[in-house]
Design a protein around this ligand. Structure first.
Ligand code: S3P
Length: 177
């Protein structure tokens, strides 16, 4: 079973969608952010504050290198994994990479009340979202598949991905209906 990776900007719904896919497909879900936090024993916000972004990106790169060795998982990637070209190469070698494409408006809507993302905690998150998204868009488009998430529920996005990947839910596999 190949690894399924979800990439996309903060607030695109990667974490919730990965959990949905994990549930339906009976696969383990791993989040690069959570793994880094566990390994470091501190939150992403604190890592950024104490060590800076470059340090975090190195941890993230090492994490990708480790996790692509696991088959049969759904990988919820931090929004910045695409910043290192090698990460994208490794993820694509390991299995299908799906980009959850989201407009700046919907990203802002979904992230404005959350405080755990250091890059969006400044005085003008809308400007940061627009700038970062513009800078990253072509990087995200290296994915094998793109699914737009604007105004959609997790289930709708998840089902679209299952259709694209041609997966039938494991629960109904092999049973007669
Ligand atoms: C980041 C996205 C975050 C997290 C960190 C940096 C980014 O993950 O890795 O705050 O640069 O886009 P989510 O996309 O899961 O919020």
């Amino acid at each position: 079973m190949r690894l399924i990776s979800l990439i996309g900007f903060m607030g695109s719904g990667k974490t919730q969608t990965a959990r949905y896919l994990g549930r339906v497909l009976g696969r383990r879900v791993i989040s690069t952010d959570q793994e880094i936090e566990r390994q470091e024993g501190r939150s992403i916000a604190i890592i950024f504050q104490e060590e800076g972004e470059a340090y975090f990106r190195k941890r993230e790169e090492e994490m990708i290198q480790r996790l692509v060795g696991l088959s049969g998982i759904v990988l919820d990637c931090g929004g910045g994994v695409v910043l290192k070209a090698r990460n994208v190469v490794l993820l694509k070698q390991a299995g299908p990479v799906v980009y959850l494409e989201t407009s700046p408006e919907w990203i802002h809507r979904r992230t404005r009340h959350k405080r755990h993302r250091p890059l969006l905690n400044g005085p003008n998150p809308q400007e940061v979202i627009a700038d970062l998204l513009a800078a990253r868009e072509t990087l995200y488009q290296q994915a094998d598949y793109t699914v737009n998430t604007d105004n959609k529920t997790v289930e709708t996005v998840g089902r679209e991905i299952l259709r694209i990947l041609d997966k039938t839910p494991q629960r109904s596999r092999g049973t007669k209906s």
